[in-house]
Write a protein that binds this ligand. Structure first.
Ligand code: AMP
Ligand code: ZN
Length: 492
């Protein structure tokens, strides 16, 4: 029996503003789409929080035994500087400023994105499609929306007709906004505006002569609107209706609202069963953002090269810090919070080491099954990782009590205890073993080679006290030296 058949997962659905029991469309299978980055600059830690939140969701679904198809896109065209279809394309602008090809910008920052997520131990998605790889499909869906009468063409651009759509469907159902209020709060359109109404959004934009990223279409050369790529790629890989769609809270409107409108206008179907929105990481109480400069880059944190934090922090501590907050809560980054997270992370990892050598008794006086279920209950309650972590620390307390002989554990209990602790810490929360991270092989090799050289010099000088001290000190760290014909080698 799969774990998901034993456990009842509830997800907070932004569409209904309620926690709902999760029931995938196809039993045992989950389709999940998460909006990916716009690859025009390095990802900051705020972006990473959202991706990490959905990595935790993905991991828990896998842990429950679901077969998950996880699609996370790369936005490599169509995202303008201003969400309201104004300004330059973010990638084209960067390419112009740096005098390189737009695809060089895309490549550089896609590689950076992958490197950073790997450091945070995120699992790669099942499919990572790009907007530029799906231009044909985007043109096809625009034709459908035009045919169904929910879009209009003007001077080589195509706009979605929000008011017409709202007569049949409901524009604003995800964000809770009312179209009448939106209309009341927007400026009058001028004669130069191509849109019929301010709320209309671009499905296709005519490329001005200076616009570098352009494709032929039935409406002339242009490029797709930002919202369209997610509709097209989620539909292509997950179907017209799929299980979970995620993204940061700031994408709820207009991006996700427009995704719903595009799907309904094309297929007369609501695209997503469970809409999930992750909350923001803040710095000094304000949202981390590229545009305001109020941000920290992950590498600035790992290296300690920043003016905000007192010391460097490794990726695992940052990840633990993130997991200590519920994904729907705002989280503020500060030195104090990271110091506390580091302490907690170390305590947890030390306890996991001690767990390997726990004494086994003939009987167990701990309610391990009840504790294990409490861990699942936490995660089943809309992925409540902070409550899960509190239960894991109850486990840490037990580890110490068992070592001190104040609690007992039988052999079966030990296996259950270890499997549960490790399953949640490594598989679900995605923490990496402290040892795996601290062993930076290149640096270690350099340091050991240096010590071998010093030991050889001591031996040549007949200073055997020093040479033995080096060998013994390394041995006590688990590094064995071997003297052979080819010189000295070592093993870990
Ligand atoms: P972008 O590359 O700007 O499209 O953003 C990529 C993802 O990062 C989106 O899901 C955003 O919602 C998310 N994001 C942006 N800023 C923050 C932040 N300060 N905290 C958490 N997520 C963020
Ligand atoms: Zn998207």
């Amino acid at each position: 029996m799969a774990l998901y058949e034993e456990q009842t997962l509830k997800i907070y659905n932004s569409l209904s503003s309620q926690k709902e029991v999760f029931q995938p469309i196809h039993e045992g299978h989950v389709g999940m789409y998460v909006c990916g980055p716009t690859v025009y600059s390095k990802v900051h830690l705020g972006n990473c929080r959202t991706f990490m939140s959905f990595d935790m969701v993905y991991r828990y679904l896998l842990h429950l035994g679901y077969k998950v198809r996880f699609v996370r896109n790369i936005t490599d065209a169509g995202h303008l500087e201003d969400d309201a279809d104004q300004g330059e394309d973010k990638i084209s602008k960067r390419a112009r400023l740096e005098k390189i090809e737009p695809m060089e910008v895309v490549q550089r920052y896609t590689v950076d994105f992958h490197n950073i997520l790997r450091k945070f131990n995120l699992l790669p998605p099942s499919i990572e499609p790009t907007a530029t790889g799906h231009i044909v499909e985007q043109i096809e869906i625009i034709k459908i929306i035009l045919d169904r009468g929910y879009a209009y063409e003007k001077n080589g651009s195509v706009y979605f007709d929000v008011q017409k759509f709202n007569k049949v469907y409901h524009y604003g159902k995800l964000s809770g906004r009312k179209l009448e209020d939106m209309i009341a709060n927007t400026r009058e359109l001028t004669a130069q505006d191509e849109k019929k109404n301010s709320q209309d959004f671009a499905l296709w934009k005519r490329a001005e002569p200076q616009h570098i990223m352009r494709w032929p279409s039935p409406w002339g050369e242009g490029f797709p609107g930002w919202h369209l790529e997610c509709t097209v790629m989620s539909t292509k890989y997950l179907g017209e209706t799929f299980d979970i769609h995620g993204g940061g809270m700031d994408l709820k409107f207009p991006h996700h609202e427009c995704e719903i409108a595009q799907s309904e206008a094309s297929y007369d179907k609501s695209p997503v069963r469970y809409w999930m929105h992750a909350n923001m990481l803040t710095l000094n109480g304000k949202k981390m953002a590229k545009s305001t400069g109020n941000n920290l880059l992950p590498d600035e944190i790992f290296s300690g090269e920043n003016k905000i934090l007192s010391k460097p922090y490794p990726p695992s501590v940052i990840r633990f810090f993130m997991m200590q907050a519920h994904y729907t809560s705002i989280l503020d980054l500060s030195d104090e919070a990271l110091l506390a997270a580091e302490k907690g992370y170390t305590r947890l990892m030390d306890a996991l080491d001690l767990m390997e050598h726990l004494p086994v008794s003939s009987s167990s006086d701990l309610d391990l099954k009840g504790w294990r279920q409490r861990c699942y209950d936490a995660m089943n309650d809309d992925f409540n990782s902070p409550v899960l972590i509190a239960h894991l620390f109850e486990g840490v307390k037990w580890i110490h009590l068992i070592r001190e002989g104040k609690q007992t554990l039988d052999a079966g209990g030990k296996t259950l205890f270890q499997d549960t602790m490790k399953g949640f810490v490594f598989d679900v929360l995605g923490m990496e073993s402290a040892h795996a991270e601290s062993v930076d092989t290149e640096k270690l090799d350099g340091a050991v080679q240096l010590l071998i050289k010093m030991r050889n010099k001591a031996r040549a000088d007949k200073d055997y006290a020093t040479s033995d001290e080096i060998r013994d000190a390394l041995s006590s760290l688990g590094i064995q030296l071997k003297d052979g014909k080819e010189g000295t080698t070592y093993s870990l």
